[in-house]
Design a protein around this ligand. Structure first.
Ligand code: FE2
Length: 206
C-alpha cells in the first residue's frame, strides 16, 4: 500500500483532559485510517500510487473529476499535519521568529488568538482553521471539508480540525470551548516555528 497511517506523535491519552483518549482513538484509528485506506484504494494500479502525498494533492486539486481522490488524500494529509499541530505541553505563546512575525502581522499575540478563535467558531460546517503564510504575510483562514491551503500554493503553519468528529464526544456542540482549549493548552508552537523556518529557508533559496 503506498500510503500509511502515520503514528500519533504522543500517547493516545496525552492530550487529556482537553481531548480524550476515546476521541483520539476514534479520530486517528477510524477517521484518519479510513481516509488513508480510501486513498490507497483510489490510486491502486495507477501511476499516482508512486506519487508522494503532497504532490498527489497538488496534482488532483484542480481536477474535479477526481474529487473523491482529492478529498481523501487531502484529509489524509490534513490529519497528519493536525496531530503535529498539537502537543501535551502546547499552548502559551508563539516564540522565535514566528512569534515576532505574529506580533508584526496581527499587532499582538492576543489579537492573533482572537482572530483564530473567531474564524474557527464562525466557520460554517466541517473544515479546518489554519495559520498560513500567504505570499510573505501571515493569515488566519478556514477551509471547508477536505480543502487544504497546500492545494492553493499557501504554506500551512498550524491547523485545528473543525469537523464535529474532532470534538463532539468531549465538547458536544460547543466548538468554541474546543477552540479555546486548543489555543490555551494544545497548540504546538515548536511545530509551527519549524514550518515557518522551513518556508523562510525555501524562499531564501529561490
Ligand atoms: Fe478530523
Amino acid at each position: 500500500m503506498p500510503f500509511e497511517l502515520p503514528k500519533l506523535p504522543y500517547a493516545v491519552n496525552a492530550l487529556e483532559p482537553h481531548i480524550s483518549a476515546t476521541t483520539l482513538e476514534i479520530h486517528h484509528g477510524r477517521h484518519h485510517r479510513a481516509y488513508v485506506e480510501k486513498t490507497n484504494q483510489l490510486v491502486a494500479g495507477t501511476h499516482l500510487a508512486e506519487t508522494p502525498l503532497e504532490e498527489l494533492i497538488a496534482l488532483v486539486a484542480p481536477r474535479h473529476r477526481k474529487a473523491a481522490l482529492f478529498n481523501n488524500a487531502a484529509q489524509a494529509w490534513n490529519h497528519g499535519f493536525y496531530w503535529n499541530s498539537m502537543s501535551p505541553d502546547g499552548g502559551g505563546e508563539a516564540f522565535g521568529d514566528l512569534g515576532k512575525r505574529i506580533e508584526a502581522d496581527f499587532m499582538s499575540f492576543n489579537a492573533f488568538k482572537e482572530a483564530f478563535h473567531a474564524a474557527a467558531v464562525g466557520h460554517f460546517g466541517s473544515g479546518w482553521a489554519w495559520l498560513i503564510l500567504d505570499g510573505g504575510r501571515l493569515r488566519v483562514v478556514t477551509t471547508s471539508n477536505a480543502d487544504t491551503p497546500m492545494a492553493h500554493g499557501k504554506v500551512p503553519l498550524l491547523t485545528l480540525d473543525l469537523w464535529e468528529h474532532a470534538y463532539y464526544l468531549d465538547y458536544q456542540n460547543h466548538r468554541s470551548d474546543h477552540v479555546a482549549a486548543f489555543l490555551a493548552k494544545l497548540a504546538n508552537w515548536k511545530f509551527a516555528e519549524r514550518n515557518y523556518q522551513r518556508a523562510a529557508h525555501r524562499k531564501a533559496a529561490e
